[in-house]
Design a protein around this ligand. Sequence first.
Ligand SMILES: [Zn+2]
Length: 52
Amino acid sequence: MGKFPIADRALLSIWICKKCKARNPAGSKRCRKCDWTKLRPKRAKKKEAKGK
Ligand SMILES: [Zn+2]
């Protein structure tokens, strides 16, 4: 207990801007704040597809 499934899910659907760290909806192509295109899921996985 002590965990909040809903909050957990919310985190999964949030992407963080690598530049300004603003939160964006998952799937965003660019940061809505600074227009940066490098976003990453809130829960960064070790295996990150690079390139391509
Ligand atoms: Zn940003």
